[in-house]
Design a protein around this ligand. Structure first.
Ligand code: ZN
Length: 739
């Protein structure tokens, strides 16, 4: 009986367990689309139906089984790490607090349970642009979703209410400022779950505090429904506050991993920073990126410099009028390859999954801010790069901002500690990811292989003696001077300032001639970075000792310093990572062009049609039929129906052009060629899928087929192979050759 009723509800996807009798061409008895696709798991089919009757041979599956939904609505074959447990708990109606890294697939953890549960799920989020995108995404996938925000047109609002009244809506997104007056409405429409995104906004200490969020607790007690709260950043203190304010009994807490292995991490000491930024951005033309600056003025001049280099760039800061800012956000969201040069004001409302890099041209304010800002890159899980520039002036600026702020003293010292954590990361001597994760309470035993220090280890030296000399100069000049003057004293340079203060008479004068001026600058920067010396705003920024310096001063501790980073700064100009092999690049370009045309016609961001990841997989795998298309991650039944044949046409069009090297082969030879080709596609990013992209040209593969080497060294000697490719592909190729 219940199953029967379920069929009669309207506008929802149904998930049916296939029985022995069902075949791919069975449809429901009414006209509505029924997709019994081969690509669904063998046991399930999905039916989009206003069907009055279930088709013969199908019985509705248990809604508790989330997998069919995962594939058909979201297009994924598997959950990302951590998602499954959370989905289970939320779907079962338990209170949940989930701390998940940005890009960990947070929204799916409430969207999916919303579809599994009866009634409406209300989603509270402070990010209007993000809410609208999610609604668009869900609708595109065939899910009834709507939003009530200040950004709505009257018509949109009207539609939402109609859908609610007819009992069609599954997800209702609600702006925080509407919570207080929405109680009666929400009671009437049968809300069964309250999902709170960016839950840290409830914390009065946090930088994103939203007073409206305090209303959520009241709403929950009125509605008596479970709450699922999500956030990407929450230290233990904030976590406690979220629990106190949103729940009346302890929720299931999920502390997701903080690692984002697809983000590469790099820091560089400032050395003509504008050139450093341009050197990074220019080779990455065509990629979307954010460059963060500490000042408004700088965003404008840097954006101009990037434009002059022939790359589309916009500046963005809180001083621009709202229309200009919104235009910039929309442009960034929609266009491929736009660079936004911004202050931190940019980002809260941006949920663009395919940002390929984030550059900090100035040091961020804390390790949390750093993590959140770099976290905007690579949300699609594909490789993305980050680079952070820093120098002594940044340290001075950030310290001053904290000291001159209005926060109470204990808060200031906490802020200094957070800044210290970031500086420690900047001055790290081993894997940065290990240091970063350690701060967030995660330990990791070995280097990540995807940070600048793993890729080119830094030279260190025992800096104890140098540090003592620096301290001595600080001490004997009364803790009144900055690094510039102190270095003159150490190197024995008789400037007017030195002579005027009789500092050339100090025993310290000239005791540090073994280091050049730039070398001393890096030593002082590191001592400041390690918070052994701190600029004192009451002494015009003169450097003073901190408590942490005491053991060193007393000779009870030693210190290891980096040999330097200035000479290494030039190396930040690494080659950008390729997204697909050279041979697949033209097809990817064609797929992107098609996507852009569709996105422009529908006035939506490109990734709403398909994310980059899906297009890249299409370009690599080159599906030849609609069924094969469904095997691509990110393509569910509805997307297939809407876009499948359009993109298939692009791919099969491109497929005609077979490489001449392959055309000349037949039978076994051709077969071997194809197997080598498949092996190289599989290993293009190594076994882990995270290594540097490598590929062999078709001519190289043809050469291998011709020569059929039997050993690794033989393979390595083939023209176009070399040691690196032999190491990556060698074993697999030899397997194929001996098969
Ligand atoms: Zn590393």
């Amino acid at each position: 009986m219940e199953a029967r009723e379920a069929w009669q509800k309207k506008g929802r996807p149904y998930f049916a367990r296939k029985t022995g009798r069902i075949s791919t061409d069975v449809a429901c008895n009414c006209d509505h689309m029924a997709t019994f696709s081969n690509a669904m798991s063998p046991a399930y089919a999905v039916i989009y139906a206003n069907c009055a009757e279930p088709p013969p041979g199908v019985i509705p599956a248990l809604m508790s089984d989330a997998f069919p939904l995962l594939k058909s609505i979201f297009g994924f074959d598997a959950f990302r790490p951590g998602q499954e447990e959370i989905v289970k708990s939320v779907a079962a109606g338990r209170d949940v607090l989930a701390i998940m890294p940005t890009g960990g697939g947070k929204s799916l953890c409430f969207q999916l349970p919303a579809l599994m549960r009866e009634g409406v799920t209300v989603v509270v989020s402070p990010l209007i642009a993000l809410m609208r995108d999610q609604v668009r995404f869900l609708r595109d996938a065939g899910v009834a979703a709507g939003a009530l925000t200040s950004g709505n047109t009257e018509e949109e609002t009207e539609d939402v209410f109609t859908a609610l009244d007819e009992g069609r809506l599954k997800l209702l997104y609600l702006a925080p400022e509407r919570i207080a007056r929405s109680g009666p409405l929400l009671k009437r429409i049968g809300v069964s779950l309250l999902a709170v995104d960016e839950a840290h906004c409830v914390s009065q200490w946090g930088h994103d505090f939203r007073p409206d969020y305090l209303e959520i607790g009241k709403l929950r007690s009125q509605l008596k429904v479970p709450v699922a709260a999500f956030t990407a950043t929450a230290d233990e203190e904030t976590r406690g506050e979220i629990i106190r304010r949103l729940f009346d009994q302890p929720p299931d807490v999920f502390l997701g991993g903080f690692d984002r292995p697809n983000l590469s991490l790099a820091f560089a000491a400032k050395d003509r920073p504008r050139a450093q930024v341009l050197d990074f951005v220019i080779p990455r033309k065509g990629q979307s990126g954010i460059v963060y600056c500490a000042s408004r003025k700088k965003t404008e001049s840097l954006a101009e410099a990037i434009r002059q280099a022939g790359i589309p760039a916009l500046s963005y800061h809180a001083g621009l009028d709202p229309d200009t800012r919104r235009d910039a956000e929309v442009a960034f969201q929609r266009e491929d390859g736009l660079v936004v040069v911004a202050t931190v004001a940019f980002g809260m409302g941006v949920d663009k999954p395919d940002i390929r890099y984030v550059v900090h041209s100035d040091l961020p304010s804390s390790i949390e801010a750093y993590y959140q800002e770099i976290g905007r890159a690579g949300r699609d899980g594909e490789r993305a790069e980050t680079l952070t520039l820093y120098g002594p002036e940044d340290i001075r600026l950030r310290r001053t901002q904290i000291d001159e702020g209005l926060a109470p003293n204990e808060r200031k010292s906490a802020d200094h500690a957070r800044l210290n954590a970031l500086l420690g990361l900047a001055e790290a001597t081993a894997c940065r990811r290990m240091a970063l994760l350690r701060y967030f309470g995660e330990t990791r035993d070995e280097g990540c292989g995807n940070c600048d220090l793993c890729m080119s280890p830094v030279e260190t030296f025992d800096g104890t003696e140098a540090a003592r000399k620096a301290f001595s100069a600080v001490l004997r000049t009364g803790e009144w001077f900055g690094a510039g003057h102190l270095i003159d004293v150490l190197r024995g340079v008789s400037t007017d300032k030195v002579k005027a203060r009789n500092h050339d008479k100090l025993p310290t004068f000239g005791c540090g001639q073994e280091f050049s001026k730039p070398e001393w600058q890096t030593i002082f920067r590191q001592l400041m970075g390690l918070d052994l010396l701190r600029p004192d705003p009451e002494r015009h920024g003169g450097l003073r000792f901190t408590e942490a310096a005491r053991p060193l001063l007393k000779g009870e501790a030693t210190i290891t310093l980096r040999r330097d980073t200035i000479t290494r700064a030039a190396r930040a100009r690494a080659e950008p990572v390729a997204l697909v092999s050279e041979e697949d690049a033209p097809l990817l370009g064609a797929l992107k062009a098609k996507r852009r045309a569709l996105a422009e016609a529908a006035k939506v961001p490109a990734y709403v049609i398909f994310p980059d990841r899906t297009l890249m997989e299409m370009a690599r795998v080159r599906p030849g039929s609609l069924d094969e298309m469904l095997g691509i991650s990110g393509i569910g039944a509805k997307k297939l129906e809407r876009y499948g044949s359009i993109f298939l046409e692009v791919i099969t069009g491109a497929r005609e052009a077979v490489h001449p090297a392959r055309l000349r082969m037949a039978g076994d030879t051709g077969d071997l060629f194809d197997r080598l080709q498949a092996a190289q596609v599989r290993l293009a990013r190594g076994e882990t899928g995270l290594d540097v992209y490598l590929s062999c040209t078709k001519s190289t593969l043809a050469k291998i087929v011709e020569l059929r080497p039997r050993t690794l060294s033989g393979l390595e000697a083939v023209q176009g192979m070399g040691p690196q490719k032999a190491e990556r592909f060698g074993t697999a190729f030899l397997d194929e050759l001996s098969a």
